[in-house]
Design a protein around this ligand. Structure first.
Ligand SMILES: Cc1cc2nc3c(=O)[nH]c(=O)nc-3n(C[C@H](O)[C@H](O)[C@H](O)COP(=O)(O)O)c2cc1C
Length: 192
């Protein structure tokens, strides 16, 4: 059964959803039932996890990001989607660039820390300065690869800003497997 994005006139307790195996599922009610269903479906979409770093206002910034994808090979472009409620969005708007650090398996604690509001997220982590001046710190111990990017465009999209970055430097640190996020928890990649 489909759920439409227009809120119903009267509030229901639950929204019926069709789960992948055909069983009916229930989603806890909220003021907007469509958002519950949308969130639930997206939580079942497994994603790789990154830490996006930037430098602005004389300090380093970083947050955990799964909304990352490549856009173009020639020129080399990628994008990230950043929530307007994050502290990092203001830094990314003025920084002129950022670094995408692709987290390797076993770094769930690092991802949790960068998903928090801890003012000192970089303590205890080995980091190096980027070669491209406008980018953020490179986390070479926790990530298997890092992309230093120059921001070429930002697009407002609902409650997020999409930053498109031109890859200025690409670092492959080691051939490790990625950290995965699925159903609100971190996982390891296994062969099918
Ligand atoms: C696995 C995971 C993926 C996330 N992906 C994103 C994302 O793509 N974009 C985003 O804005 N926030 C994302 N977040 C939430 C931010 O990491 C979180 O709001 C963080 O506290 C923001 O930090 P800041 O306010 O210091 O910038 C994600 C969190 C987790 C745990």
């Amino acid at each position: 059964m489909a759920v439409q994005s227009t809120p119903p006139a009267t509030q229901t307790d639950h929204v019926q959803t069709s789960l992948p195996d055909g069983k009916e599922g229930r989603v806890t009610a909220s003021p907007d039932p469509f958002q519950d269903v949308f969130r639930d479906i997206m939580s079942r979409f497994a994603a790789s996890v990154t830490v996006v770093t930037s430098f602005a206002g004389d300090r380093h910034h970083g947050l955990t990001v799964s909304a990352f994808t490549s856009v173009s090979l020639d020129p080399p472009l990628i994008l990230i989607c950043i929530d307007h409620t994050s502290h990092s969005v203001a830094a990314l708007r003025v920084a002129g660039g950022f670094t995408v650090n692709m987290l390797q398996e076993g770094t769930g604690e690092v991802a949790r820390k960068f998903a928090s509001k801890d003012p000192d997220k970089f303590t205890g982590l080995a980091s190096t300065r980027p070669e491209y001046r406008g980018a953020g710190l490179v986390l070479s111990s926790e990530s298997y690869a890092s992309l230093e990017c120059r921001t070429v465009k930002s697009v407002e999209a609902g409650d997020h800003t999409v930053f498109i970055g031109h890859v200025e430097n690409a670092h492959s640190h080691r051939p490790a497997k990625p950290l995965l996020y699925w159903q609100r928890d971190f996982h390891r990649l296994m062969p099918d």
